[in-house]
Ligand binder design. Sequence first.
Ligand code: PLP
Length: 392
Amino acid sequence: MELSGRLSGLPSYPFPRLRELLDGITAENHTIDLSIGEPRQPVPDWVGPTLNAVLQTFGSYPPNEGTIELRRVIASWLGRRYGVNKIDPETQILPLNGSREGLFNASLALCPEQKEGKSPYVLIPNPFYPPYAAGAALAGAIPYFVSADRDAGYLPNYAALPKEVLARTALVYLCSPANPQGSVAPMAYLQELLQLAERYGFRILADECYADIYRYDPPPGMLEAVEKTQSDPETAAIFHSLSKRSGLPGLRSGFVASGPQAIAAMKKLKSFGGAPIPTPLLSVSTKAWVDQDHVEMNRQAYCSKYQIADEVLGGCQGYTSPEAGLFLWMNVGNGEETTLRLWRQAGLRVVPGEYLGRVVDDHNPGSEYIRVALVANDHELRAGLERLHACL
Ligand SMILES: Cc1ncc(COP(=O)(O)O)c(C=O)c1O
């Protein structure tokens, strides 16, 4: 029987591809997994008691749009984090079952069928977080990949695209801090992109889920840029998550904030096909957006990991110290070959950069790279990076 061509036309997700590459090959050392960006810090100690106090609420269906308490604390957090105080928690925030759900569904909810009388483009940085392209393709749009390689400062130069492409663009994904490159879009970049969006009538989907994992200064956010440029709030939707900020990927909790029309459309889509956050987890999420202590501890833990990476790999060819986020993005010449060698000779599991990028004009901007997740504890991370250094 026939299946969806749009779905079967998608490449495999990077992790099954990695398993295909490495399964069946015996590693010579005890293994260290630095492939998945899954935080491994202890769960904050207030999570258990908070959950325990509301266990009864497992007995009812959760509200599609979360609780107003949660939306209010998110609006307050946006005020503290970005100095943005105009977001209405009634109409401009939608809690998500992790930001992946929202980033994928945003294309379905917000992409028009046509732009300039043709199938619209969805601009995507290359390399990228895979749900962006999957969402665009399943929405019937055309994913248009824009290189975010070293020459571009690891940020896509959307402003340099031909006018015809920009005119046909309906949505633009941006990831800052970026997975996998660890680059941060400065405020001037965000403002320029907003101006471009207003000129060409497209919407920006700003993935900011690494916003609280940084080294020195907090990365600026798209909502700040919206306020500074007094842009229409419908022009951008921003996505945040407790997976990285709070080290709680298993909670499946994030949110999107945008203009009331975009949020109403995403809410409508979610009411048909989305999974609301279970009510007890809404209570844990509420506490997580209020408490800043665990976030600062979490951030310090990553600063220590950046430091270890600098100590072990500083001076190593192809190493760049990341500004923010969870990953090292290292140019090793041939990413897939190096991934195989690291596994075979050193028991180290990383991701070939090629799996996170797409070929455009015969070139995949990830193919020379590996992505290394800074997620192990300090001792294991140092051991892993020393093996990496020795192997390279
Ligand atoms: C760039 C990026 N965006 C979004 C997500 C989704 O995170 P979650 O669904 O856990 O909020 C991830 C997860 O790894 C990511 O790397």
